[in-house]
Design a protein around this ligand. Structure first.
Ligand SMILES: [Zn+2]
Length: 380
């Protein structure tokens, strides 16, 4: 990852470059922003720049021995820490930590640092579990800090999702954050400042990242991901400016197709008030991972929004094609001013309950019967 590959974030890139040039790199920084801000991409580009042996004014050189190692993410002076959980391969929670999953981490990161936390859990094969940065990770961080750096004066500890540092493991870190060994740089990434332990927060410099605008996303899709302009515009629009969603749409059309087919089936059963089929659908859906269920409900909300726009004749804003477009056309009469608020609220509430580990079977059953009721509210 180079600064030139980070979407948007121009003024922050300049600040970071200046810090490195003036040799006043802050020893602990927290890059705060959703997946869509590219916080991880920026931290990675910054790490490459710090380690580069032949820095340019705007970016790392790309050809020095250090940059060559960054191309494969094998530079010996950057250490990655991220949430993990036992999976099918490594079942013992006691033995699980970041270093066990470095290959998977590199693999995902080398594909693109614009991924969602859910995609990371999927990569680990633990989408139903709570992943954490545990005590072994914190011990490993301290062990790395106790050793000499190999090639660069700077030793970088990159922590993805600092809010997942397990509270009982954190005290170990506080001392090194407060008085780090010389030339140690902590680059932490977090989506949610309120969930980061206050004791960690107070020892870091906060770098808040805004979400890049739709134009920047569109440019990235056409220039960097070589997506044809017409399709790129459609993706940029559908993703509402979200780069991770845009990449998901461009790379994982299958998941969206599965969401669509499942949603269409669900709405048909609800409209017919077909309890047997509804329960069978709930049973199948409840088996999926929690984050997958959440992204399905978010997809549902998007369809409701599209149906509403269709009703208000804002056709130019409903950029759908093929089956999705046909479905919206037929479905939109059932979404109207009498039920929109209720439906959206029911979905929002369901998403909130999923985040709090509610029982998926009960949740989807309840939501289904609310939909049965709401879809029978006629326009008039
Ligand atoms: Zn270089």
């Amino acid at each position: 990852m180079f600064f030139s590959e980070v979407i948007g974030q121009y003024s922050i890139k300049r600040q970071l470059i200046r810090q490195a040039e003036e040799n006043r790199i802050s020893h602990a920084q927290l890059f705060l922003g959703s997946d869509d801000t590219g916080a991880l991409a920026l931290a990675l580009a910054y790490a490459r720049y710090i380690h580069c042996k032949d820095r340019g004014q705007d970016d790392a050189c790309g050809h020095c021995p250090s940059c060559m190692k960054y191309d494969k993410l094998i530079h010996p002076d950057i250490h990655f820490f991220f949430p993990s959980a036992p999976n099918d391969e490594h079942k013992d929670r006691e033995k699980v930590s970041s270093k066990l999953f470095t290959d998977r981490w590199r693999d995902l990161l080398l594909n693109s640092p614009y991924f969602t936390y859910y995609q990371w859990l999927q990569k680990l094969g633990v989408e139903n579990k709570q992943a954490i940065i545990n005590a072994t990770d914190c011990n490993d961080i301290i062990r790395h800090l106790g050793m000499k750096s190999y090639e660069s004066p700077y030793k970088i500890i990159l922590i993805y999702m600092a809010e997942k540092i397990y509270h009982s493991a954190a005290p170990k870190l506080l001392k090194v954050l407060e008085e780090p060994p010389p030339n140690t740089v902590f680059l932490m990434i977090s989506e949610n400042k309120d969930r980061v332990l206050h004791t960690i927060l107070s020892r870091t410099q906060l770098v808040r990242l805004p979400v890049p605008d739709e134009a920047a996303v569109l440019q990235a899709l056409t220039d960097r991901y070589q997506i044809e302009e017409k399709r790129a515009k459609q993706i940029a629009f559908l993703s509402g400016g979200s780069i991770t969603e845009a990449l998901r749409l461009s790379q994982h059309d299958e998941e969206q197709l599965a969401d669509f087919e499942s949603f269409r089936e669900w709405m048909r059963h609800c409209y017919k008030n077909d309890a047997a089929h509804i329960l069978r659908w709930v049973e199948a859906t409840a088996k999926g991972g929690r984050e997958r269920q959440k992204s399905f409900l978010l997809y549902g909300l998007k369809i409701f929004r599209m149906a509403l726009l269709h009703n208000y004749k804002l056709h130019e804003m409903v950029r759908l094609e093929g089956e999705e477009s046909k479905f919206i056309h037929g479905f939109s009469p059932f979404i109207n001013h009498k039920n929109t608020i209720q439906v959206v609220e029911a979905f929002d509430e369901a998403i909130m309950h999923l985040e709090r580990n509610a029982n998926a079977r009960i949740l989807f059953t309840d939501l289904s019967f609310q939909l049965v009721k709401q879809l029978q509210v006629n326009v008039g």
